[in-house]
Ligand binder design. Structure first.
Ligand SMILES: [Zn+2]
Ligand SMILES: [Zn+2]
Length: 292
């Protein structure tokens, strides 16, 4: 959907930031809002990393058709557009990492373009369906990809109504509580998740350490891993993108992997793909040698 030549996502993005700023300044603060912010941030982050990234982009584990739909719905609640758009563009990132064809390389196109500028570049608005044909064959995913604003709008409405009910039960102004929940449980959560996700595209290709000498500038960064539930182990990930686990050493905390492992114990997640350090010919490569 285009309005005055700009995508609906662009207007949604501007609106989220404007509303968050106005509401956060004007509304009375409540300690409960901070708790809701933290819970919703990490809950939603799991679906960004476990859904958009490790499932739809890399197929690092398997899901049945209904859990797959739920994963797509929950991922899109974070308003990072359709799962097919997200995954197709991310597959391109791995194909062309830090080359001229990379959509968001801080090395080639500057930090701010890699961080968020690329999202509004007309060249980034579409994707080649052939690159995501494995998921594009499911009509329900094509629908969710096209109408990506539905899950996030419903998430916003849920927060609004929860706030309204909470305010009514606690004899407070129900509308003020509703907008408080909407601001802290939705708008600010989305903004924080945007910035954390963007950091993987920008900072994780600039700051941190490199265990594997991959053909790009990907880095491992522990604090990025903590705020993104494991995505900060980006050099490990570029080395073995099919692996569900991105923390390679035991101390490289990767909450997304831990949660997916828990879900595999109750049968929802299947066939978690391991971290492979051997090349296609079966030869083991150590941490200093990478297949060329
Ligand atoms: Zn990368
Ligand atoms: Zn990836």
């Amino acid at each position: 959907m285009k309005i005055f030549g700009l995508s609906f996502a662009f207007y949604l993005y501007i609106l989220i930031h404007f509303l968050a700023l106005v509401c956060a300044i004007l509304l009375p603060f409540h300690k409960l809002y901070l708790l809701i912010f933290i819970v919703n941030y990490f809950f939603g982050m799991f679906f960004i990393t476990g859904g958009y990234h490790r499932y739809f982009s890399h197929r690092s584990y398997k899901l049945g058709r209904i859990p797959q739909f739920i994963m797509a719905w929950m991922a899109e609640s974070s308003a990072q557009k359709g799962v097919l758009w997200w995954a197709a563009n991310h597959r391109d990132h791995h194909l062309y990492s830090d080359t001229d064809k990379d959509l968001h390389s801080p090395v080639k196109r500057g930090f701010w373009y890699a961080h968020m500028g690329w999202i509004f570049d007309p060249a980034s608005q579409s994707y080649d369906p052939k690159k995501i044909a494995d998921f594009g064959k499911f009509p329900e995913l094509v629908f969710l990809d096209k109408y990506y604003w539905i899950p996030t709008s419903i998430y916003a409405l849920i927060m609004f109504f929860l706030g309204f009910i909470w305010g009514s039960l606690h004899h407070e102004n129900a509308y003020l509580s509703a907008f408080g929940f909407l601001t802290w449980g939705y708008l600010l959560v989305l903004i924080a998740q945007y910035q954390a996700s963007y950091c993987i595209n920008s900072l994780a290709h600039v700051y941190g350490t490199r265990r594997f000498p991959t053909n790009d500038q990907s880095r491992n960064n522990w604090w990025l891993a903590l705020i993104t539930l494991g995505e900060g182990w980006h050099n490990n990930h570029h080395f073995c993108k099919s692996s569900c686990r991105q923390g390679y050493k035991w101390w490289e905390i990767d909450f997304t992997f831990y949660l997916l492992t828990l879900l595999s114990w109750i049968g929802i997640v299947k066939e978690i793909r391991p971290f492979r350090t051997e090349n296609n010919r079966g030869a083991v490569v150590d941490s200093q040698v990478v297949e060329k």
